[in-house]
Design a protein. Sequence first.
Lengths: 278, 118
Amino acid sequence: MTEQAKGCQDKEMTFRIMRYDPDKDAKPYFQQYKIKLQHGMTILDALMHIKETQDPTLSYRKSCRMGICGSCAMQVNGFPRLTCQTQVTEISTDTIEVRPLANYPIIRDLVPDLGDFMARHESILPYIIREDHQEQNNPTGEYSQSPAELEEYLQFAYCIKCGSCLAACPTNATDRKFTGPQALAAAYRYAADSRDGGLAARLDTLDHPNSLFRCHYAGACSEACPKGVDPSLGIQLLKRKLFQKKILGRGQKPAGMAQTPAGIGRREGIPQAPEKTV
Amino acid sequence: MRESTLWLMHLGAGAVMLVVLGIHFGVMHTGGLIGIDRTEVLTFASVEARSGQLFYVVVYLTLLVVALYHGLYGLRSILFELSAIGSTLRRTINLLLVLAGWGFFFYGAWAILAGYLG
Ligand code: HEM
Ligand code: SF4
Ligand code: FES
């Protein structure tokens, strides 16, 4: 353990946590809890510690505890963060305020309602669209994609749908019908995928006044994203795709099938893949 | 009209404005840089002389159209982002902005053409 970590061990911290039970409370209020800091404690660990030792009624959402599932995003001292990835010692105040993600309805305490957020994601057709349905449904091989083509969209594929970007977005704060940075970046992720042929259909889903055109480059989404996705870049690149399609008439040419490498056999000792079950 | 078309026109209007607003600023406000006398361009005689030239009539009519469209579409964007905007209010905003646009256009066009046609 480092000297600094030893110094933090057993330090008393105050957590100011937003509480709200829609069945009982007229509006949200804050409740304070004091805990002793332990080495390596994350904000989520602190919440679990409070729930286990002080207040079993405290509600929050979590699953993987390793920055993968995206369910533990909350406002920590006013900034959206994955609480399982945020060390208590990273926050320099003695009192730490935890609220549910901003700009979402609250289900209870620290649990935001992400239903509408997921619906917005679904609305942009977040999957590869092609005309060869037969091949897509019963693949005989793989669509070709070079490493350079993969790079075109890879960072946008790292999104774990934690919802932090919408909590930070000023347009989303006033316009709750705004498609939002996550879904717009996801639309770019598929539009930039060399295997996709669905740009026209996807741009159609965005052709309304609360969509692509309402981003004013605040960049708050990109600052908030815990996975290093840059949604505001994706939005500008999607605007470029729209311009190229509508003004320059540039279409898409979805990639064809990859050549099966010739003269390559299974290495000894590697078993056959199991039969397809679906 | 589709939103994407309206927005692309907003961008196009901005690009055209770069040219016509550039000419306007060049002549009226930064004249000294290209050797035109700053006080000279503002005299009644100069204003009258410019308004009689077809080139300036075209530049100012174009500036009027693109600046009006660009500014009013931008204002619409701002208004549409206010949360409680339902579809009836949206239609009302659209209607008021279109009416305001045509109103300003006729007034501006009248001023420009009155100067040209004498
Ligand atoms: C050379 C001149 C100009 C250029 C190149 C220009 C360009 C732009 C651009 C690129 C945008 C952002 C579009 C978007 O977010 O999709 C914009 C927005 C806007 N512009 Fe201009 N503009 C110019 C002059 C003007 C003028 C003279 C006015 C006022 C009459 C104006 C009013 C607005 C408004 C209200 C917005 C919306 C603001 C927003 O969406 O955040 N612009 N302009
Ligand atoms: S873009 Fe980033 S902040 Fe937004 S939902 Fe995806 S992972 Fe979360
Ligand atoms: S609990 Fe899964 S990302 Fe934090």
